[in-house]
Structures are given as C-alpha cells and as structure tokens.
Design a binder for this molecule. Structure first.
Ligand code: ASP
Length: 471
C-alpha cells in the first residue's frame, strides 16, 4: 500500500471513529455549545469520512458508491436515530441541485423533442403510443395491487390496539393531508382548463409541470410550421440549453453518494424501521406488488425492445437509485433522461418527449399503492368492496395517479380522492402514514422505471433505439 493510501486509511479510521463517537453522545454532552456548530462539525466529519472511503481508499463505479452510500445511510439512521436527522441538509442540497434544472430541462427538451418529430403524423404516432402505454401500464399496476390486496387481505387481523394507537398518533397529520387534498380539489373540466397556462412565464416560475408541458409542446409544433429560417435559431437556442442542463446533471450526480447517504439516514432516523413490523402485512403487500412491477418492466423491455434484462437494469440503475432516495420522480427526471439517452440508447427525439410527460403523468407505483391502501383501509374498517367499487378504484386511482405531482408524499394526498369515491373514512390514512415515507421510495422507483421502459419500447417501435456496442 502506498504512503498516500496509508495516510488516507489512518485519516479514515480516525474520522470514522470520531463521527461515531460524536453522533452517539447524548445531546446533554453538548450543553452550552451552539447546536449549529455541533451540527456543522459532526456533519463535516461524517461527510469527510465518506469522501475518504469513496474517493481515496477504493476505486469504485458511481453506482457502487451510491449503493454503498444508501447502505451506510440506513445503518447510520438505524444507529443514531434522531441525531443523524440533522444531516438532511446535505441530501436536500443534492436534490435541489438536480431540481434546479428540471424546469429549464423540461421546457427545452420538450420544445426540441416535439419540433424534431417533424411532422404532425409522426407526432401523433409517438404521442398516441406514449399515452396508450401510460394508461395501460397504470391500469395494469392498480389491478396487480387490487389482486394482491384481495388475496393477502392485509387489513384483516390488524390488532385493535395497534389500530387505535395509529389512529390516535397520526390523526393530526392525517387531517392535514385530507384538508390539503380538499383544498386542491377541482372539477375535471377545471383540471383540463388549468393545463393551459394564462402566462407561460408564471407557469415556469411556479413550476406548474402540466402547464409547462402544454406550452412547450405547442411551441414545438408551431416551430415545425414556420419557415426553417426563422425556426432554426430558436431551435438552436433550446438545443443548447438542453445540453447545458444535461451537463449539469452529470456534474451533480457525482455528489449523489453523499446526497443519498443523508436522505436515507434521515428517512430511517425519523421513522425507524420498527414501525414496519407493526404494519408488516400492509407494507409487504405494497412492496411485493411494486417488486413484481420492477421485474415486469425489464422483462417487457427485453421481449419487445430486444435489450438484455441484466444490461437494462444496469443501465437504468442510477435513475432508480436517485428515485429511491429522493422519493421524487420530478427531481429524478434529469437523471432519467441522461440514462435513457446515454446508456439505454433511446434517441433524444423520443426521450425528450416521452420522459418529461411520463414523470408528470405516469405513476404506476403510486397507482398500485393507492389500490392496496384503499382496500387495506376498507378491510380495517370492515367495509366490503364489491366488484363495482373495485372498478371505481381502478378508474379513480388511474386519474389520481395522473394528477399526482412528481414529488415526495403527494401520492398519499391524492389517495384521499380515491377513498372519497368509494366512501371509505378519510381518517383511515392515519393508519398508513407511518410507513408512507418508506413505501414512497419504492413507488417512486417504480414510477421512474416505468417511464424509462416506455421510452425504450417506443424508441424501439419507431426504430430509434441505438444500443451501445455490445449491449
Ligand atoms: N413520490 C412519488 C413520485 O414522485 C409520488 C407519490 O406517489 O407520492 O413519483
């Protein structure tokens, strides 16, 4: 081992031990010291320890570092509980860094994507394929959820004491979710009208994704209808913006191992894993359904797009890992686009149309979870759901998942809409709140995987999938 390695090793050992000691000490040990100072010192130490591990001691691929960051984050959350939660700003900084480019990226990629589809017929072909896939895959996902929930019956046999405790502990949070869902309730006509921005700059400023998508597709279409001479500089500008945004992703993603460490440590630190045992049957049912979906996507991609399952999974792993740790398909979008283009080989033309749309409207994981959650709550309350109620769930959960914003925890707010449709007590969401954060991680991974699969299948179907050599 060279001297540099030896030095790094010693530094690593010292800072790791110091971090463990500082995070393990009870809060009283720091009485009299400014808490922000403690937070800064402990945080800097643990990040420095990770830096030595990831960058100095071993040569690792980025996705190995991200996986290790997650595992260590889970370990730290489990060991240090509340005290590690203060590391969250590192995770938030990482997510904000990627989020920063979502709006300009969606705008520029959809404008160039739509314009490059060239003629209206091609647009119709790709557009209708995209929407068909999104609707079918969502309906399929809820069906899987409903079948599992009816077979496993997660809501029967829940200990009445646990039920009472959950309802009591989480009723405040549940009320908040219900009222924010009710505030946001709009009729289907208004939902449609709201997609048309009165002022696209407002839409960009407030990040209203559906409005941005509407505007960008329109600009893209109009660009193909004006003279080439006028269209060229506009397109060149947005193509440039697109490339710059993707470049920022490649830089930001280098920080992912640290960001995911902090995010996972925070998630486990706040909620713990013990709660999973109490709601084990429900959690396992949702997770099982989501895992089934995660197996189905690569299988379909291999069957219909000819990509090797293992290779496909390896290619999309960075996007899956970021989705898992951020619980936000919106924030993951830049990474999703990068892996689709660079690794899977989807043409920019297809990915820049299919993926921003998918991140916003296609949420198979969320829909599956809404299906299971509805049946679970109904079972706990002893409300029978006949076939027509179950069909209503398929329909409303499809719509609710489309309306779900691509951000953490929103799926649960939209669940209120589904519960309302089938007449299930809304306070029932108090029962599942405790495990929601953890399930949100898996359902977001499913949401993102479904989007990449859509892009892969559609690209293959129009001859625009160029697999890298040997893949
Ligand atoms: N967090 C999910 C996403 O961003 C949405 C949800 O189900 O809450 O895809």
């Amino acid at each position: 081992m060279s001297s540099i390695d030896m030095r790094s090793l010693i530094l690593f050992a010292v800072s790791a031990v110091l971090s463990i000691v500082l995070y393990s000490l009870p809060a009283e040990s720091f009485a009299g010291i400014n808490p922000s100072f403690v937070q800064l010192v402990r945080g800097a130490l643990i990040i420095f320890t990770l830096y030595l591990l990831f960058e100095k001691l071993f040569k690792m691929e980025l996705h190995t570092k991200i996986l290790l960051g997650m595992a260590l984050g889970a370990l730290a959350g489990w060991l240090f509980r509340e005290s590690i939660v203060e590391i969250k700003p590192v995770g938030t900084a990482f997510i904000r860094l990627i989020q920063m480019i979502v709006v300009p990226l969606v705008l520029s990629s959809l404008i160039t994507g739509t314009a490059s589809l060239g003629d209206v017929n091609k647009m119709k072909r790709i557009g209708s394929k995209t929407l068909t896939y999104y609707l079918l895959s969502t309906a399929f996902a809820i069906t899987i959820g409903l079948v599992l929930a009816n077979v496993i019956q997660p809501g029967t046999g829940l200990n009445p004491e646990v039920k009472a405790e959950l309802l009591q502990n989480y009723s405040g949070m549940a009320d908040q979710k219900v009222s924010s869902a009710q505030e946001n309730q709009v009729s289907p006509v208004d939902t449609f009208l709201n997609m048309i921005p009165k002022n696209p700059f407002d839409a960009l400023g407030s990040g209203s994704m559906l409005q941005i998508i509407f505007f960008a597709i329109f600009v893209g279409i109009a660009l193909t209808m004006i003279s080439r001479e006028k269209a060229r500089p506009v397109l060149a500008f947005f193509e440039g913006v697109d490339e710059v945004m993707i470049k920022i992703v490649t830089i930001a993603i280098e920080l992912a191992p640290y960001g995911v460490f902090a995010l996972i440590a925070d998630a486990i630190g706040v909620f713990g894993i013990d709660i999973l045992a109490v709601l084990a049957k429900y959690t396992v049912t949702v997770a099982f359904g989501l895992v089934i979906m995660l197996i189905i996507y690569p299988t379909i991609a291999s069957r219909f797009a000819g990509v090797k399952v293992s290779q496909f999974l390896e290619d999309i792993r960075p996007a899956q890992l970021i989705a898992f740790s951020s619980s936000s398909s919106g924030a993951t979008l830049p990474v999703t686009m990068e892996v689709a283009d660079e690794k899977v080989g989807v043409s920019n033309e297809v990915s820049s149309f299919v993926l921003p749309l998918g991140a916003t409207v296609n949420m198979d994981g969320t829909a599956l979870y809404q299906g299971v959650a509805t049946v679970f709550i109904a079972q706990v309350y002893g409300i029978p759901l006949d076939i027509s109620a179950q069909l209503t769930i398929v329909l409303t959960a499809t719509l609710a998942s489309i309306g779900t914003a691509a951000a953490p925890g929103v799926g649960m707010i939209m669940l209120v809409m589904v519960l309302q449709q089938v007449g299930i007590p809304l306070e029932g969401i108090a029962l599942i709140l405790a495990v929601d954060r953890l399930l949100d991680m898996i359902r977001t991974t499913v949401n993102v995987t479904s989007d990449v699969t859509a892009a892969t299948l559609i690209a293959a179907s129009v001859g625009q999938l160029k697999r890298p050599e040997g893949a």
